[in-house]
Ligand binder design. Structure first.
Ligand code: PLP
Length: 462
């Protein structure tokens, strides 16, 4: 549908009504949805997004941590059009491929650290995490270690919403009402320095997390544990940056007990932290599997990837006597158009040096946002580069939270939206994860709007 002056209002009103009548939204809030319906967004341009009334907003969340090269990139649009004309889709089952699937796999192999050099494609992060777990289980079965099945995950980790990925997710409030397959999963404590026990230093907190992890491994029996899955910085859990050294020590424990490590880099890769892949370059850790999605295609076409090590690949690619197939795959694995989008996305990011831009401007963004810690309800501003959050508290000294029904994050979100900025509310936290096109002007405006919105909300509450 092309919106023209004549049809815009009636067509958009119809879209709004159709949405209300027929769409089931991810994470729909059914306290409000039946009344309010949705905001219809119609177009985007770099880090701006427009709604059905043609109101312009700063997109402070890159759609959902994903439109990394920014909205409305004409080079990308033209490339997608060309690829669609040539070949939008053919399957990649068994012995078929396309140049874009093959070349994107090679490109990801060159970007990922160590011997991570084989790629299984899907359409998003949940599917990529499910694939990672299936591959890990298959690997240990092939090695004759069928008892190695258990998975270490963490409270507040987010890994997706398919049956298994939701179970891997350690945000327990989201589990309510779904019977998720949690039997094989153990949730470790979140490495959440702001919410550490009062008496502990950050170093002691870090040590206690590692002690807890080793204790759990020994309690469960290392011979029963297949893998540890972790985001290097937790995203949807509230942008939780682990204490320095935590990841390195957790990875060391995994190595010690022959537990594979899956780095869920669905959010942290493709420039958000100033690197195309962050595990090695930013955190100095070497996972066995890296999971990618979101910024991999900047959200222009759904795409996810599970990148595995040479060691794992050697084992899973052995034909079994009873069935030579690796029986795992999706219609859209290696989708030609999606992979072409991923390749073009990386080409644009490298050519335009988006990572360099984020490394330069990211510290300024955090420094400016940190000034808001002077406000009485801002307990902490945290994060790194283009992955930032503010946590609000009723009492800064005791870190006492606001009662949930106050919906502090949501109130500030509404106030910011009114002023032309979209942020993400997660309980008492607001997240900022903008397109990587964000410049100093956008950052200054964002911080200014955040300040006004927090002050207005404080005023309303007093
Ligand atoms: N992993 C992480 C770290 C995520 O943040 C998300 C989504 O937000 C996912 C996995 C799931 O990705 P998707 O929604 O594409 O399935």
């Amino acid at each position: 549908m092309i919106f023209t002056k004549n049809n815009i209002s009636s067509d958009l009103e119809r879209a709004w009504q159709n949405d209300k009548d027929h769409v089931i939204h991810p994470y729909a809030n059914y306290e409000r949805f039946h009344e309010d319906g949705s905001v219809v967004y119609t177009k985007g341009d770099r880090h701006f997004i427009y709604d059905d009334k043609d109101r312009k907003y700063l997109d402070g969340i890159a759609g959902l941590w994903c439109v990394n090269i920014g909205h409305g990139n004409v080079e990308m649009a033209a490339h997608i059009g060309e690829q669609a004309k040539n070949l939008a889709y053919f399957n990649t089952f068994e012995d078929a491929t396309s140049p874009s699937a093959a070349n994107l796999a090679a490109k990801l192999a060159s970007l990922c650290p160590g011997s991570l050099n084989h790629v299984f494609f899907g359409t998003g992060g949940s599917m990529a995490n499910d694939s990672a777990i299936k591959i890990v289980h298959y690997y240990f079965n092939m090695l004759g270690m069928p008892k190695k099945k258990k998975i270490l995950s963490r409270n507040l980790g987010y890994h997706g919403s398919t049956y298994l990925a939701h179970a891997l997710t350690g945000i327990s409030s989201t589990h309510i009402g779904f019977d998720l397959p949690k039997d094989m999963i153990t949730y470790l404590s979140a490495p959440y320095p702001y919410r550490r026990p009062d008496e502990m230093t950050i170093q002691e907190f870090c040590d206690s997390l590692i002690e807890e992890m080793e204790h759990k491994i020994l309690e469960l029996g290392p011979e029963t544990i297949a893998c540890f899955i972790a985001e290097p910085i937790m995203g949807a859990g509230g942008v939780i940056v682990p204490p320095d050294g935590y990841l390195i020590k957790a990875y060391e424990l995994c190595k010690k007990y022959n537990i594979l490590v899956i780095a869920d880099e669905v959010v942290t890769a493709f420039g958000r932290l100033g690197h195309l892949v962050a595990s090695k370059e930013k955190f100095d850790v070497q996972p066995d599997i890296i999971v990618l999605a979101k910024g991999l295609s900047s959200g222009y076409i759904p795409l996810g990837a599970t990148v595995i090590s040479e060691t794992i690949h050697k084992v899973i690619s052995r034909p079994k006597p009873e069935n030579p197939y690796f029986s795992h795959g999706f219609t859209y694995s290696g989708h030609a158009l999606a992979c072409a989008t991923g390749l073009k996305n990386i080409e644009i990011m490298e050519r335009e040096d988006f990572c360099g831009h984020v490394r330069t401007v990211g510290p300024y963004f955090k420094k400016q946002l940190k000034t808001l810690e002077d406000l009485p309800v801002v307990g902490e501003v945290r994060g790194s580069h283009f992955m930032l959050a503010l946590e609000y508290v009723k009492d800064k000294r005791t870190k006492e939270s606001f009662p949930a029904e106050i919906n502090i994050g949501k109130r500030i979100y509404h106030s910011a939206k009114k002023r032309g900025l979209i942020i993400r509310p997660i309980g008492p936290i607001n997240v900022l994860s903008p397109p990587l096109t964000y410049d100093k002007d956008a950052i200054d405006e964002t911080v200014d709007i955040m300040k006004k919105s927090i002050l207005e909300t404080m005023n309303d509450l007093s």
